[in-house]
Design a protein around this ligand. Structure first.
Ligand SMILES: NC(=[NH2+])NCCC[C@H](N)C(=O)O
Length: 249
């Protein structure tokens, strides 16, 4: 099991020491392209290669959009995973429905096939069927996201009810799923919410199945506002559990 650090928030490169984890490998490159999605898609193509060669990695980064590269990499290995998406938010916007324009709010929808074509062009990512996606918590949904969920077979469960479906699982944890009162400086804070222990227990339950083929940990806070030292222990525990639990394919 390899810890890959992708030291970016969207297309902004961040110092590696902002991330409270020891990485085996850093994935970074100069970003090129006319549009935001073209720039990051080049990075996610590289993340895809890193995921495909690392096998069963934990990817640590500062946003959720890197998930596009993780699923790309799994697909390059011939793995079509179910996705367990821990997040305070739904990330189910299209470019049209998003009021903020924040790309991280569009990632899950991009994975489902409704994203910017530049991503598919650069990575070869193919859409994940909605029946393979479980949104965990997502207590702060915008109206277009609730409307999409109401029409979709995508599952939506609270943290305490999160259990892994059959087959290979991609476990994505945006740490903003934790009650914002426990993690200062989150970019999109939502309170109240699950405690760090509740999130840890749910994640460990899923890791214990031995079927987690990749995990991401998204450190979605503003650097230097105090979240990193608080989250360090939890991240170390998740990485250790991922190392222990994974069966070789
Ligand atoms: N994973 C996240 N932090 N997502 C933040 C999304 C916030 C809000 N729903 C938006 O789309 O603007």
């Amino acid at each position: 099991m390899t810890v890959l650090l992708v030291p970016y928030h969207l297309d902004e490169r961040l110092p590696e020491d902002e991330f409270p984890v020891t990485a085996d490998r850093v994935v970074a490159k100069p970003l090129e392209g006319e549009t935001f999605w073209a720039r990051v898609a080049g990075l996610y193509d590289l993340v895809g290669d890193a995921v495909a060669t690392a096998k069963r990695p934990t990817v640590v980064t500062a946003d959720c959009t890197v998930a596009l590269g993780v699923v790309t990499g799994l697909q390059r290995l011939g793995i079509e995973p179910s996705i367990m998406w821990f997040d305070a938010h739904g990330d189910l916007h299209t470019a049209e429905s998003s009021a903020s324009g924040y790309p991280g709010g569009m990632v899950l929808r991009t994975l489902l096939g409704d994203g910017d074509p530049a991503v598919t062009a650069a990575t070869g990512l193919t859409p994940v069927p909605p029946e393979r996606v479980t949104l965990v918590d997502a207590r702060d949904l915008d109206a277009p996201e609730s409307a999409y969920l109401a029409e979709s077979v995508l599952k939506h469960v609270p943290v305490e009810a999160a259990t892994a479906p059959e087959g290979p699982v991609y476990l994505h944890i945006d740490l903003d799923v934790i009650d914002a009162g426990a993690l200062p400086g989150l970019r999109f804070p939502v309170s109240p919410g699950p405690t760090p222990d509740e999130v840890r227990n749910a994640a460990l339950r899923i890791l214990e199945t031995g079927r987690v083929v990749a995990m991401t940990i998204a450190c979605t806070w503003h650097p230097k506002e105090g979240a990193a030292p608080i989250a360090e222990g939890l991240i170390a525990e998740l990485v250790a559990a991922a190392k222990d639990s994974r069966r070789e394919p």
